[in-house]
Write a protein that binds this ligand. Structure first.
Ligand SMILES: NC(=O)c1ccc[n+]([C@@H]2O[C@H](COP(=O)([O-])OP(=O)(O)OC[C@H]3O[C@@H](n4cnc5c(N)ncnc54)[C@H](O)[C@@H]3O)[C@@H](O)[C@H]2O)c1
Length: 367
């Protein structure tokens, strides 16, 4: 039995993560020993919803407990790096929500600790685990659309009405949402060479939990990424996007186009245009309910079966460096080079998504 501790018991803990944790508790794989939140009022609420042994106001009590094997860090973003470093130093397997860090100094320290640790470390987001991502990755490797020169990705919404921290320094839509697009694009196209970005505060005041607050971090981004393979991509992200009906990601190659349908954290499949065929082929995913928090079940699987996680630390570091430098680029109004790199991602298992027969029917609402 694996003893689990969870730090940060807000929206994602109570929703997507506990759904997966409960499944593994039911299978007698996990024991949820302790949870921690700095909001002590949560103890009473969570006791009614979930089964756990201890609630701590101070997360260090979880890290000091030698019986705890795995720690999930699901706090607001600014706290991630400090808690993750301490968790590794206390010999825990770690899952940390995105981003690993909101500044380069902590990012480097955490990366170096995670590299040296004998324990497993996985950093969100986990988009590369989705079968749709892996199927598109295979198409690219098969050169279905030839050499990719341009790409675009987008993810945004009107923004959370909870968690004031989302609108303070170390919060914002880039670390929260753009991170998915940058992980997807780099996962598919490889490392980025340099970036240039524009960002702004579009909505200076917000109402959070019924209280009017001043927005202190940018909520609106356009980002240009130049990849080492010379492809150029644009990422649009913000708490300033009310709706869209476009694909999450589009890749433009010398022989065709691939588009990922839905959002990259919840993909609905993909479509391929090939010049020779001269039509679109639709691949609706049978895995539409793939859970975006599945980095957790993957981590537990890796611990039990002594496997190396597919979530690559070098890739996560690269994405995090890009995001930190996007702020720098926007502030300094100039292009910034990216120092880190990572090896191309490899997937052992072949993913087969069947072609839909209704490939003439391209109404995205049907998917
Ligand atoms: N909400 C989403 O849709 C979503 C989706 C994917 C990932 N995430 C990520 O999950 C994380 C949490 O997001 P959320 O929406 O659940 O936020 P939230 O504000 O609802 O919850 C965060 C919780 O962390 C607690 N906390 C902060 N510092 C702490 C500390 N030092 N010790 C113990 N508890 C502490 C807060 O009191 C709060 O209850 C973020 O990194 C976010 O980027 C959120």
């Amino acid at each position: 039995m694996i003893n689990l501790g969870i730090i940060g018991c807000g929206s994602v803990m109570q929703g997507p993560y506990m759904e997966l944790v409960n499944k593994l508790i039911f299978k007698n794989i996990i024991n949820l020993k302790s949870i921690s939140d700095k909001n002590i009022k949560l103890e009473r609420i969570l006791k009614k919803k979930f089964k756990f042994q201890f609630f701590y106001n101070d997360y260090k009590k979880i890290l000091n407990d030698k019986q705890i094997d795995v720690v999930l860090i699901l706090t607001s973003m600014k706290e991630h790096a400090t808690i993750a470093k301490k968790a590794l130093l206390n010999n825990k397997h770690v899952l940390v929500e995105k981003p690993m860090s909101t500044n380069m100094e902590d990012l480097k320290k955490l990366f170096s600790l995670a590299k040296k640790s004998k324990k497993l470390f996985v950093a969100a987001p986990f988009v590369i685990l989705s079968p749709t991502f892996q199927a598109i990755h295979q198409e690219i490797n098969k050169k279905t659309i030839g050499k990719i020169s341009l790409a675009r990705a987008r993810y945004g919404w009107s923004g959370p009405n909870w968690g004031e921290w989302y609108y303070k320094t170390g919060g914002g839509p880039l670390f929260d949402l753009g991170v998915y697009n940058i992980t997807t694009l780099t996962g598919l196209l490889g490392p980025v060479k340099n970036i240039i970005a524009k960002s702004s505060i579009s909505k200076p005041f917000r109402e959070i939990n019924g209280k009017k607050i001043k927005v202190l971090t940018d909520d609106n981004f356009q980002i240009l990424l130049e990849f080492k393979n010379k492809c150029i991509a644009v990422v649009t992200t913000g708490f300033t996007m009310q709706q869209y009906s476009s694909p999450a990601v589009e890749l433009y190659g010398s022989d065709g186009t691939i588009q990922m349908l839905g959002d990259d954290w919840e993909p609905k499949g993909y479509e391929v245009w090939n010049n020779k065929r001269s039509s679109w082929e639709l691949f609706k995913t049978p895995y539409a309910n793939w859970p975006w928090a599945s980095g957790f079940t993957h981590l537990i699987d890796c611990i039990i079966n002594k496997k190396k996680p597919m979530i690559c630390l070098d890739h996560a570091y690269h994405v995090n460096e890009i995001m930190i430098k996007i702020y720098e680029s926007s502030k300094k109004n100039k292009s910034i080079s990216i120092d880190s790199s990572f090896k191309p991602l490899k997937f052992i298992k072949k993913i087969k998504i069947k072609k839909s027969h209704l490939d003439h029917d391209r109404n995205h609402d049907d998917i």
